[in-house]
Ligand binder design. Structure first.
Ligand code: CTP
Length: 392
């Protein structure tokens, strides 16, 4: 039995929260409801109290409630916080960290997984501000479901309908599953981010890798209980909870750090390692002077993935990434063989993947190619971590 804290926002879809409460209980979990001021226009606290057989909370400023169960405690007593319907306003406040009523205060104070099921007018959903907020929330690790598409209460048609309560329940149960510790006792190496190859003390060669996908994978593996060593190129990202991070600059430093972190049960090489470095980085800043522009002589960097896959200390499971801009799967199949990896996660980086929050990937293994739907990077990470747990 899990404890769900359900926040009911102010939209016409709030009536479906009643059905969700019923389904959550039928699945054997308990549910405590918080209804926003807007939500109370569509569904009464009395209805939710009767269906949940639990006290319903509506305000921050109730002396009796606060004395019995402080709001911080309320936000942490649950195993998961679900927001349904998540209105455009609630998503915006969550993304900005605003805490101006009970619901938003609980959302800011919680240390538990948060899942939001959006429902709003199609234009509001498609508005750049809402899409930006959703991307921010996903980047923060919040599971934001895609709204359903169809005719809406306001008479328009498109994405914006609350997902069916059955689908929300399935998503809640999936979000609760990972804390199972399936990777306890396993050591997993993850490389992430770009590498910087110096030209002189102030200039370098780099690429557009943000490190987001690799960091998300490291976090997802740690959430499954693995000991994770994350070897990160220069990126400005917070270290995921429970992960040991080693910062490096160049490909050669990354190769050495990988070597030093062995042995490992699995390695996930997500870094966009620079293929070349300058043959002889200048010791002093190169001056413009009056000579012609300097020619850079490039030499190839060590292939960290191939080196690891062919080493005596090869982890049982070696996973590479393949960033491609064309013939994605074909290149990935060739790359898997060439590098000696067990799996290649191929992604099409011709669009806005680099630096973005979503990813479209194909998993290439010995037994074939699996194409995943477009997912938030956090969801790609969770799914890959589960697959790694299956394999180990
Ligand atoms: N990789 C690595 N060391 C390198 C280059 C790449 O470990 N010097 C790893 C990456 O971390 C990734 C995989 O190899 O897991 C594929 O990287 P990619 O840049 O797509 O492959 P390349 O070998 O550079 O092939 P190409 O440039 O021909 O596509």
């Amino acid at each position: 039995m899990k404890r769900i804290l359900l926040i009911v926002g102010g939209g016409i879809a709030a009536y479906k929260a009643c059905e969700l409460v019923r389904l959550i209980r039928k699945a054997g979990h308990s549910v405590t409801c918080v209804v926003t001021a807007g939500g109370q226009h569509f569904v009464t606290p009395m209805t939710l109290a009767a269906l949940s057989e639990n006290q319903v909370y509506t305000t921050l400023w109730d002396l009796k409630d606060e004395a019995e169960m402080g709001h911080i405690q309320l936000s942490r007593a649950a195993d998961l916080v679900a927001v349904a319907p998540a209105t455009a306003d609630l998503l915006a406040k969550m993304a900005a960290g605003i805490a101006d009523d009970l619901a938003t205060t609980l959302l800011l104070a919680t240390d538990k997984p948060v899942l939001a099921a959006p429902a709003m007018n199609v234009r509001m959903w498609q508005h750049a501000a809402t899409q930006r907020n959703v991307a921010t929330l996903r980047g923060d690790g919040v599971t934001v479901l895609e709204p359903d598409e169809g005719p809406m209460a306001c008479g328009e048609f498109g994405p914006g309908r609350l997902p069916e309560p059955e689908a929300i329940l399935r998503a809640i149960e999936a979000a609760l599953a990972p804390s199972s510790g399936r990777l306890k006792g396993k050591h997993v190496l993850v490389t992430a981010g770009p590498t910087h190859e110096p030209i002189d003390p102030v200039r370098y060669i780099a690429n557009r890798s943000s490190g987001k996908q690799g960091f998300a994978i490291a976090g997802a593996l740690a959430a499954l209980g693995a000991r994770v060593t994350l070897i990160a190129g220069p990126v400005a990202l917070p270290t995921p909870a429970g992960v040991e991070r080693i910062d490096v600059e160049t490909a050669r430093e990354m190769a050495a750090a990988v070597d030093a972190a062995l042995p490992a049960d699995a390695a996930v090489m997500v870094a966009a390692v620079a293929d070349w470095r300058t043959g002889d980085a200048a010791g002093q800043k190169i001056k413009k002077g009056d000579t012609a522009a300097p020619a850079l002589t490039l030499v190839e960097n060590p292939d960290i993935l191939a080196g690891l896959a062919h080493s005596a200390h090869r982890p049982r499971l070696v996973i590479g990434f393949a960033a491609e801009t064309e013939r994605v799967v074909e290149h990935a199949i060739a790359k898997r063989a060439r590098k000696g990896a067990d799996w290649i996660v191929a992604n099409d980086v011709s669009g806005d993947v680099m630096g973005g929050d979503a990813n479209l990937v194909h998993l290439v293994t010995e037994s074939g190619v699996e194409s995943w739907e477009r997912l938030a990077k956090a969801d790609v990470a969770r799914r890959l971590a589960e697959r790694i747990a299956d394999a180990l």
